[in-house]
Design a protein around this ligand. Structure first.
Ligand code: ADP
Length: 446
């Protein structure tokens, strides 16, 4: 549209030529028609030039009011160059503005996509900007709260104390009153002069895992402390052996043996659980003979019961795919619980059932039963309804946690139906994919 820029004399040359042309023309008119006519010609010519320049100056002033690239006027003479320069300057300004806006937008999008909350604040703790995650974490709103002090919006004393202390070398962990159940880690980074970035991270899950680990360690320590105290106490007595007759010593040794066995069982169960949890490989696919497995756990149950219960076994040939070792441990735990929580004279039945939804190992007892509110928690580690009965009968509090893990690894689950004082049915349920049907066997044999 417009010519390229020219500079110095080159820019002024056409204007000078135009003036020189006017002077020559006025002189010729003066010579031809007299002095006065020549002067009038010069004056009119100069006035015409002035008017043209004034018009372009007015156009320039109007454009400067609203300097839009598409509205840059076309020029004449020296104005062509002036407007060409304006056009180029305006175009590069607009390009820079556009690039800046784009960068800012990209920066905001990036920060908004972070899993952390980000709040930009100034030295007086006023909010400049924040991303949606920070809005969620702190219960603030960029639109409504921009320019307000963050400590007036998040009023938790530990947060206010942390922000006003201006000592940000350590992170703050707190639970905002506005978001019950949420645990937040807050960090503040100082940048530029008196500008702060506040970063919030949701650590609810981490805190929960830490709490479970702390509870777990406390429980294990507690479980081991009692038998160790007993063993230690008797050992101290035995050191002073003269004071004991043979019978008492025998009794003490027997008690120590019992406690040592209890610790042994506990450590074994802990190891089984940790092995189950740390196994990343899928459960093995060996074909397990269920009939034989049930026969073995029934024998164990008889040995544990010592004839105090009637034990019925309903055996039908059945096979499942899975880990024999893990299933044996799960079935064994369910059966030993039935013996331990069924008073003398009660009966216990073991059966394998199959239907369209899969297969289930059902153990029904006429024992103590479990109240409904305890049932959902039975598979938690160390959860016991009746602590003393569990300990007296040698329970570690980990049996059903092991059962749950084994069944989960096999795609199944534990089903508990129970009535206090009447008895319970604990079923290890396995999905159809695990059950080997007759046609599977034929295929396998082929
Ligand atoms: P424990 O070693 O204490 O038996 P478990 O994890 O095997 O640990 O079982 C957890 C709790 O579930 C037991 O303490 C007991 O209160 C309850 N429980 C398990 N099986 C039965 C059952 N057949 N009858 C009644 N209560 C049971």
């Amino acid at each position: 549209m417009l010519d390229g820029p020219r500079s110095g004399l080159a820019l002024l040359a056409p204007a000078m030529l135009r003036l020189a042309g006017l002077a020559v023309f006025a002189t010729i008119v003066g010579i031809a028609f007299g002095m006065q006519a020549g002067l009038w010609t010069a004056v009119i010519g100069l006035a015409a030039l002035l008017l043209i320049h004034l018009r372009y100056a007015a156009l320039l002033a109007a454009w400067l009011e609203q300097p839009r690239l598409e509205d840059v006027p076309d020029g004449w003479g020296i104005w062509t160059d002036v407007f060409a320069r304006l056009y180029r300057t305006r175009r590069s300004t607009e390009q820079n503005e556009h690039r800046l806006l784009e960068n800012e937008e990209r920066f905001r999008r990036t920060i908004s996509a972070l899993p952390e909350g980000i709040v930009l604040i100034d030295a007086t703790l006023q909010i400049d900007w924040c991303n949606p995650v920070a809005e969620q974490h702190l219960g603030i709103s960029l639109r409504a709260d921009q320019g307000l002090r963050v400590t007036n919006l998040v009023r938790d004393p530990e947060f206010v104390g942390y922000m006003t202390s201006a000592r940000f070398d350590q992170a703050l962990i707190f639970q905002p009153m506005s978001r019950p159940g949420l645990a937040l880690e807050v960090r503040v980074i100082e940048f530029e002069v008196a500008r702060l970035i506040l970063i919030t991270r949701d650590i609810t899950q981490r805190e929960r895992v830490d709490a479970v680990r702390r509870d777990f360690i406390a429980n294990v320590s507690h479980e081991l402390r009692t038998p160790l105290t007993v063993v230690n106490g008797f050992l101290e007595t035995l050191i002073d052996a003269q004071q004991e007759n043979g019978g008492t010593r025998q009794h003490h040794l027997h008690l120590m043996h019992e406690q040592a066995q209890r610790m042994h069982r506990l450590v074994e169960d802990l190891l089984t659980l940790s092995r189950l949890e740390s196994r990343e490989t899928p459960v093995s696919d060996e074909v397990v003979d269920i009939q034989q497995l049930i026969r073995e756990v029934a024998d164990e149950a008889r040995a544990l019961s010592l004839g105090r219960h009637q034990i019925h076994v309903d055996l039908t040939p059945a096979f499942v795919r899975g880990s024999r070792e893990e299933l044996r441990s799960a079935f064994g735990n369910i059966v030993s619980n039935a013996v331990r929580y069924t008073p003398e004279g009660g009966s216990i039945s073991l059966a394998w059932r199959e239907d369209a939804t899969g297969g289930r190992f059902e153990v029904t007892d006429t024992g103590l039963g479990v109240a409904p509110d305890h049932i959902p928690r039975l598979t938690e580690r160390f959860y016991r309804v009746d602590k003393s009965r569990s300990r007296e009968t040698g329970g570690t509090g980990l049996g059903l946690a092991i059962v749950k893990h084994v069944l989960l690894r096999h795609g199944g689950h534990l089903d508990v139906r129970s009535e206090v004082g009447r008895g319970s049915t604990f079923s290890a349920v396995l999905p159809t994919e695990r059950v080997v049907t007759h046609s599977d066997e034929i295929t396998a044999a082929a």
